[in-house]
Design a protein around this ligand. Structure first.
Ligand SMILES: C[S@@+](CC[C@H](N)C(=O)[O-])C[C@H]1O[C@@H](n2cnc3c(N)ncnc32)[C@H](O)[C@@H]1O
Length: 192
C-alpha cells in the first residue's frame, strides 16, 4: 500500500482541465479513510490524479471506478492511469448520477470532485455506499458547501467541513517565497 502524495508534476496535464492539487488530494483521501483492498469511486476524475492516488492506496485487491463526462478528460484520466501502470481502475465515460449505474459493487468511499448536479449525485451515491462508508466532496464555492451539507444532513450522514488554505514555497534567487493557493473546502461525511 502506498500513501497519497504524488507530486503534481508527475501527472500528465492539459491546461483546460483543472486538477485537484497534491495537498488537497492527501487530505481528501485521508478523510475518505481508504485502505488496502478498498473500493472507491471518483466522480469527475478530470486528470485522473485522485483516481491514480486512490488506485495506489487500495492496491491490487481493491478497485477504483473513475467517472468523467468530458471526452478529453476521460482520455487524460486513461493516460495517467496507464502512466502509473494501474490495472485496478475502471474508467466510465458518462455523467453522474446516471453513470453510477455502471458501478457493479458497493464501495467503501466516494470522492466528488465534479459537483454539477451535486444533490442528485449524493442521493444516488448513497445506494452504492456501504454502511459506515464515506463521501468526500471537494468544493470551491460556498454554495456547493451549503448544498453538500444540507443534502448529506437530510440523508442522515454525520458531516464535517474544513477550509484548507495552503501556501506553497516557490524557490527564487533570494530564497523561498510562499505563494498562496485558492482556499478549498472539503466536506466529509459518513453513512450511518
Ligand atoms: C475540478 S475537475 C476534477 C479534478 C480531478 N479531481 C483531478 O484531480 O483532475 C471537475 C471534473 O468533473 C467533471 N464533472 C463535473 N460534473 C460531473 C458529473 N456530474 N459527472 C461526471 N463528471 C463531472 C468535469 O468534466 C471535470 O473534468
Amino acid at each position: 500500500m502506498r500513501l497519497p502524495g504524488i507530486p503534481d508534476e508527475e501527472f500528465i496535464r492539459v491546461e483546460k482541465i483543472p486538477m485537484t492539487k497534491e495537498e488537497i488530494r492527501v487530505l481528501a483521501l485521508s478523510k475518505a479513510r481508504l485502505f488496502d483492498g478498498a473500493k472507491f469511486i471518483d466522480i469527475g476524475s478530470g486528470t485522473g490524479s485522485v483516481t491514480v492516488e486512490a488506485g495506489l492506496v487500495v492496491g491490487e485487491k481493491g478497485k477504483v471506478w473513475a467517472i468523467e463526462k468530458d471526452k478529453d478528460a476521460v482520455e487524460l484520466t486513461r493516460k495517467n492511469v496507464e502512466k502509473f501502470k494501474l490495472n485496478n481502475v475502471v474508467i466510465i465515460e458518462g455523467e453522474a448520477p446516471e453513470a453510477l449505474d455502471h458501478v457493479d459493487s458497493e464501495v467503501d468511499a466516494i470522492f466528488v470532485g465534479g459537483t454539477e448536479r451535486l444533490e442528485e449525485i449524493l442521493l444516488s451515491s448513497d445506494k452504492k455506499l456501504k454502511n459506515g462508508g464515506r463521501i468526500v466532496i471537494d468544493a470551491i464555492l460556498l454554495e456547493t458547501v451549503n448544498k453538500a451539507l444540507s443534502t448529506l444532513n437530510q440523508m442522515g450522514y454525520k458531516t464535517e467541513v474544513i477550509e484548507v488554505i495552503i501556501a506553497k514555497g516557490m524557490k527564487t534567487s533570494k530564497g523561498y517565497a510562499m505563494i498562496s493557493r485558492n482556499p478549498i473546502f472539503i466536506v466529509y461525511s459518513e453513512k450511518p
